[in-house]
Design a protein around this ligand. Structure first.
Ligand SMILES: *Cc1c(COP(=O)(O)O)cnc(C)c1O
Length: 353
């Protein structure tokens, strides 16, 4: 092993995409690797993965697989919009801040408009205001409400909150897209059936993330409103998202869904974040920047402490303003990892005072 790869082998709290592949996904990939299978999704793994998703959501829906979440989100959004439409999302939404304009690009110019709200959640009244602000022909026509579940700030919309957003969407003829990069963590947090926070509250299309849940790659796009999926296969192909060895995108879903691995891993990641929150809540100097409901903890730390933590080898993101630190747990985070990080934060804070 080259020495420069050593520091990365330590488990980190930077993102749930730092982890490797979980055993369920890995085993399924191995099984899919035994022998030949038809290409471009005409294989048994892809059919089975789609069937398992239909079972999970307890509804007949159309399912597609893409390499990543940016492709899933932007293609799903494009399928619902004309170029003169707009998409409403939270101002911190991945769709707005982290997809390099892909939703606008793949929809040939649909404008993304942002809506504020505490802790990463769109406030229904703010969404309605954004729609009503302009209705003249000089402004793009609002068409889609994009909701991230769990949110970019680690919070989770309750069923009641989703119902309120659906009210707004119905009143203003908006379709609903759900960015579910951490959908599994949201389900683990809420303890409800997946249908309760999707098609039963008006979600038309869900981008269900597999990567952060424990797969190597892959998002499932689940169309609950099936007519929106007409010609979607061509859209995927044109965007370079039709995997010729599709079975390797699909098989991990079979591995994860067949025995509940998706929920087990998300529950574990959430519990690790809860443990971290609990440890840090006992440190008087710690200020929490969001509410922990899924697998991340957001805290404010003095800049010298952030630097010192990094100097001891910890990696984490600080994208939410000065001193804001995101600590993210994944399927393979251990209690020892959490305790080790919490101990280092405690120690560095006490030196600083
Ligand atoms: C990670 C993530 C995505 C998907 O990102 P890709 O890197 O394109 O897979 C989408 N939405 C949110 C909220 C995310 O955190």
């Amino acid at each position: 092993m080259p020495s420069e790869t050593q520091p990365l082998s330590r488990r980190q709290f930077a993102s749930d995409n730092y982890s490797g592949i979980c055993p369920e996904a890995w085993r399924a990939m191995e099984q899919a690797n035994a022998g030949h299978a038809p290409g471009y999704g005409d294989d048994a793994w892809t059919a089975r993965a789609a069937d398992l998703l239909r079972q999970l959501f307890e509804v007949d829906c159309e399912v597609f697989f893409t390499f990543n979440g940016t492709a899933a989100n932007s293609l799903a959004l494009a399928s619902m919009c004309q170029s003169y439409h707009s998409i409403l999302c939270h101002e911190l939404a991945h769709v707005e801040t982290d997809e390099c304009g892909a939703p606008e690009f793949f929809s040939n110019g649909t404008k993304v408009l942002t809506v504020p709200g505490e802790f990463g959640k769109i406030e229904p009244a703010a969404a309605a205001r954004a729609v009503l602000k302009r209705s003249d022909i000089h402004f793009p026509k609002p068409r889609v409400l994009s909701i991230t579940q769990a949110t970019e700030l680690g919070t989770v919309y309750s069923v009641a909150e989703l119902q309120e957003l659906w009210e707004v969407a119905r009143r203003h003829d908006l379709r609903i897209h759900m960015d579910g990069a951490r959908f599994s963590n949201a389900i683990a947090s809420l303890g409800v059936a997946p249908k309760e926070i999707t098609w039963k509250v008006g979600v038309d299309v869900l981008c269900f993330g597999g990567t952060k849940n424990g797969m190597a790659v892959g998002d499932a796009i689940v169309f609950f409103k099936k007519e929106l999926a007409s010609e979607f296969a061509w859209r995927c192909k044109q965007a370079g998202q039709l995997a010729s060895k599709m079975r390797f995108l699909a098989a991990p879903w079979v591995g994860m869904l067949a025995d509940g691995g998706w929920l087990k891993h998300a529950t574990h990641a959430n519990q690790c974040a809860a443990r971290l929150e609990d440890r840090l809540s006992k440190v008087p100097q710690i200020e929490f920047l969001s509410r922990r409901q899924a697998n991340s903890v957001f805290v404010k730390l003095p800049l010298p402490v952030i630097e010192a933590l990094r100097a001891t080898g910890w990696k984490f993101y600080t994208f939410i303003g000065a001193g804001g630190v995101r600590l993210m747990c994944g399927w393979d985070t251990t209690d020892e990892d959490v305790d080790s990080l919490a101990t280092d934060i405690e120690r560095l804070l006490s030196i600083g005072n």
